[in-house]
Structure formats: C-alpha cells, structure tokens
Unconditional design. Structure first.
Length: 246
C-alpha cells in the first residue's frame, strides 16, 4: 500500500520532536482505537454509511507542542474507478496555550493523506485549525484549507460544540457547524449532532450520536465541477461507536 507524502515533511516533524524532547524531556503519550457504524464528517459520510475502524496516537509536551496521527478506513463509493482509497491518514502538529483556568487556545496543522485516489483523482491536502475552549464545556473550531481535496479551491468550516457532564462517567454533547465546500463538493453543508457518551472506565467508552444536516445551497447555486465526488448530506442518522484508549 502506497501513501503519497507530497507537501509533507516528516523530517521536519521528527526534527521538531527531537528538539522539543532535548529542551524538555517530559512528554505525554496517549492513543485510542475506535469502532464506529459510520464515519460522518462535517455533514457527509466518508464511509458510504458503512462501519469503520479508526486509531489515533498523540504526543503532548509540557511546552504546549503536540503532534500525532489519526487513521481511519474510508469508502467514497467511487466504484468503477481504479486505485480507490480505502484509508485516510491525518498527521498533525499543533500548539496549545492555557490563558487561564477557564480559557485554552490551540492552533494546528494537519494533512489528509489517502492511500489511493478519490473518483480517479489524487486528493491529499492541508488544513489549518484554530480552537478556543471554555473549560471542558464549550469549544469553537475554525479551520480552512487552501486547496481542499486538491480541487484548486479554498474551503472553510466553523463549528461550536457544547458538553455537559451529567455524572463523572456520563456526558451529553452537541455540535452545530457550517461547512463551506460548494466549490469543491457541489454543496455547502449545515450540520448538527447530539449524543450521549458513557465511560465505563478511564480507557473504555461508548458513544451514541444523532447526526442531522441540510444543504446550505440550492441545486441552482451548486457549483459545476468535472469531479464526481458530490456526497449527499448525512441527515437523520444514529451512529454508535466504542473507543478503547491508553
């Protein structure tokens, strides 16, 4: 399985890791494995409504620098095309800053890397994030890509997530977001989620989540593109997932 690393500099990431370690040896390693009934992303499914396995590993340093990688199975329903993507990899690098006991901020870079093509086209791309956190109750996320899915157009996404712990092991949460992707995916997506997370222990949890969404642009406003990836909005779906962490 080949993974294209164009526009990615792993040597730079490792150099930064070694430099940070030499300056401050403290580092916290964490990771997780997740099984989910669907991979819904910003209003549409990246797994064609089918179950997926996902994994994440993360290093966080006392300086505030963190880096890691997320991986997931994908299915873009591009049957009939050769060299179809079946996996998505997202290496990331970021910096977190604690302003006070209530407020935290972080910024991050990630690159979406696919093990094949999407509807016959190479689609690896960069994305940049800015997060603001109020305690563990509220998160605002703003991000953009200068060349989303390598379709020569920028994309923007904004979302707000609220969480409320009912008990030490039970939490409810909701997200509301807007995905500005009309020039890339034909439509803009307005999406929302609401769910319940139960932690059976420090390292095991389940999540049941409702996903809703709608097109934020009409058929007449849809952007014409030769690219055939025009995912349908994920509306009225319930996704179940279980995560095991360390």
């Amino acid at each position: 399985m080949k993974i294209r690393l164009s526009c990615l500099s792993p040597y730079f990431l490792w150099f930064l890791l070694i430099l940070t370690c030499s300056a401050n040896c403290y580092a916290q390693l964490s990771g997780s494995f997740t099984g989910a009934t669907d991979y819904i992303w910003r209003g549409y499914s990246k797994s064609d409504g089918k179950p997926v396995l996902q994994a994440n590993i993360d290093y966080e340093f006392r300086s505030g620098i963190y880096l890691g990688t997320f991986a997931s199975a994908v299915n873009f329903a591009d049957h009939g095309f050769e060299n179809r993507s079946t996996a998505e990899f997202r290496p990331y690098l970021g910096f977190a800053y604690k302003l006070s006991d209530d407020w935290r901020f972080n910024t991050a870079w990630t690159r979406y890397i696919y093990d094949g093509k999407i509807f016959g086209q190479v689609s690896d791309y960069n994305e940049y994030y800015l997060y603001s956190h109020f305690r563990d109750l509220l998160t605002v996320n703003l991000n953009f890509s200068e060349n989303s899915y390598q379709q020569n157009h920028m994309s923007f996404n904004s979302e707000i997530t609220g969480r409320y712990p009912i008990t030490d092991s039970i939490e409810i949460s909701s997200t509301f977001g807007y995905n500005d992707q009309r020039k890339v995916l034909r439509y803009d997506y307005l999406y929302w989620t609401s769910g319940l997370t139960i932690h059976f222990s420090r390292n095991i949890g389940i999540d049941v989540r409702y996903y809703g969404g709608s097109y934020a642009s009409s058929e007449k406003e849809a952007s014409f593109s030769q690219w055939q990836f025009h995912p349908h909005v994920a509306d009225n779906r319930v996704v179940f997932s279980i995560t095991v962490g360390f």
